[in-house]
Design a protein around this ligand. Sequence first.
Ligand SMILES: [Zn+2]
Length: 149
Amino acid sequence: MNTHKCPNIEEFKKILKSKNLKATPQRLAVHEAMMALGHASADMITEEIISKGTTKVTVASVYNILTNLAMLGIYDYRMSSNNKMYFDVNTFHHIHLYDKENHMFKDIIDDELIALIEAHLGRKRFKGYKIEGIDIQLIGKPTRKKYFV
Ligand SMILES: [Zn+2]
């Protein structure tokens, strides 16, 4: 199995089953939207689902589904600098590029870079702490200007 892909809808159904969760239309719609958006807040996911018009959801129900799935480790989550909780459909180890103008995350898949950083940090000691993980995030802004008409 490719560990650099998020679960497709069939794999997602199996994951739900393994966690004793029903594959409700709302949960499936959330995952469809997560696959489309990659990283998104509950508001963004709700908007995406409503724009499709096939499943009835509210921001509150979407938020509950997302946090529940994040607590189970099915999704990852991170805060944006404008203080929104973004959920991440990819739970494998990866690097983020944060667009600070549009508040969007992009994934950077670079196992070699992660291995280099981990090897380097693995030799270091941080007094009083046991390091549990490394979270790499680059911060940038778009080089191309957007024109609004
Ligand atoms: Zn990500």
